[in-house]
Design a protein around this ligand. Sequence first.
Ligand code: PEP
Ligand code: MN
Length: 352
Amino acid sequence: MLIVMQSAATPEQIEAVCRRVTTLGFRPHAIPGAQRTAIGITGNQGAVEPAAIEELPGVAEVILVSKPYKLVSRDLKPDTTVLRFPGHGATIGGKELAIVAGPCSVETREQTFATARAVRAAGAHFFRGGAFKPRTSPYAFQGLGKEALQIMADVRAELGLLIITEAVDEHSLELVDEYADVIQIGARNMQNFSLLKMAGRARKPVLLKRGLAATLEELLMAAEYVMSEGNYNLALCERGIRTFTDHTRNTLDLSIVPAVQRLSHLPILVDPSHGTGKRNKVAPMARAAVACGADGLLIEVHPKPEEALSDGMQSLYPEQFAALMLEVEQIAPILKRTVAPALGAVPAGVGV
Ligand code: PEP
Ligand code: MN
């Protein structure tokens, strides 16, 4: 059920409705929108009686939501969610495209800073590097863990980039919540429900990647897990799904972008790096992602992809990333989007 408050409802009236919902044994989620606040109700103890709410001051209407997901639905919040970061102008879900770039894995301090300087100069405002890597083989590089988080914290301090990195379990989630600006939940964990619940109780925004074989509804239900625990700062990411094709690592399902935008207020990024697995296909699919209305891009970049400890085949050279950004800048205005000016070049040697 969804309670739509009148646009003139006071904070006290919203508070009183939330108290009533709690008294009835449910959990209220007050989500402010551009025009009005809506209060989503969660709890698994049956339906709420609308009459118990309808008459309260400030309530405009009570709507029964038939979809299995409630809080992620556009019914709750007609305007797209914008993730904001205190002290930074960059957003995810705003008019400006969110440009997220970095190496698959943080390998060394030098490689991390070299990549960060390059993507910063080309226009990325978010730096994404892997500290905890979910690898298919237990013998493959598993990430530097906490050491990588510290290197990325230094990147933020010295280069002003916002940090996104993946948590793979409850221990790493605690650390990522402490060090990073955005907690990534990867494709393999999209239905790790205890991890999703923990991310829902974290302080930082969450970037939730679509599972390898997840339907749209499964993706939205996974997002619902995070929101139902009280973390409303959440973005989705299409990263390709498993199909019978073998010319790419995954099949990048761009049609999910307008499908998500129709049903949900959550922003959605596109990751053409994992979505294709092949360097020569990353830029074309990144251009297509912007053209179909994605809220941003997640791109893997490595100064020496041939030496990368993970995902070198799909990592762009820094010059390729810079060229792509120039193209994205030209496509964005057609979609009434913009690309924030690059933070600029930083003298070599900073942070290393
Ligand atoms: C990653 O982002 O490096 C990653 C492992 O992605 P995914 O979860 O989409 O496979
Ligand atoms: Mn990767």
